[in-house]
Design a protein around this ligand. Structure first.
Ligand SMILES: CC(C)(COP(=O)(O)OP(=O)(O)OC[C@H]1O[C@@H](n2cnc3c(N)ncnc32)[C@H](O)[C@@H]1OP(=O)(O)O)[C@@H](O)C(=O)NCCC(=O)NCCS
Length: 157
């Protein structure tokens, strides 16, 4: 991994909607091409609006460009990390690692002691990526309408 520039993080809101949804579509297109229909790959603007309203959405910027994003949300199971994404033309520069670290720190700041996430069981490298970052698989679920099984991961922060 090369040493990435640091990113300037900020909470995203409705004014970032179009930019954010464009980033999600671009980043998740590779998953869609492999037959994995992650929600973000085809997220409609209306759904994006709901996400921005219902959960905490962060964007990482270099100068004015949105390069990376993740969301945090809380429910009865705990804190969930979702929609981790990096612009494809900026991939493999370490921004994904930076975004994951940022998400973990933000979750800690929110009082979380554990972070939950899930990913596709048949993705070629995401399972190893999360394991390498200390996430431990604790189950699998078949979410309605998804073309893959979701592996559930957790990490004590
Ligand atoms: C996952 C994602 C955020 C990683 O972003 P990134 O900036 O490329 O990640 P990094 O450069 O920090 O790399 C982190 C590690 O991921 C793994 N990785 C990233 N891209 C990879 C690829 N194309 N092939 C194999 N491993 C890869 C490597 O282990 C890498 O570490 P290394 O470079 O030290 O080997 C990015 O690929 C993305 O947006 N993917 C589409 C959306 C997605 O699938 N999100 C996760 C849903 S659960």
């Amino acid at each position: 991994m090369s040493h990435p520039q640091s990113l300037a993080w900020q909470r995203l809101s409705a004014e970032h909607l179009e930019n954010w949804v464009d980033l999600l579509h671009a980043a998740y297109a590779s998953n869609l091409a492999m037959g994995m229909n992650f929600t973000a790959a085809t997220m409609k603007t209306r759904r994006g609006e709901q996400f921005l309203a219902d959960r905490l959405v962060w964007g990482g910027f270099t100068q004015a460009q949105l390069v990376a994003t993740f969301t945090l949300r809380h429910n009865e199971e705990g804190w969930h990390l979702n929609l981790l994404a990096v612009r494809p033309d900026q991939s493999r520069k370490g921004y994904g690692n930076l975004a994951l670290s940022e998400a973990e720190q933000r979750a800690l700041d929110l009082g979380a002691s554990e972070l939950l996430l899930d990913t596709a069981d048949r993705h070629p490298w995401l399972l190893d990526f999360y394991r390498s970052r200390g996430y431990v698989a604790y189950g699998q679920v078949q979410k309605p309408g998804k073309t893959y099984r979701s592996v559930l991961f957790r990490k004590l922060l």
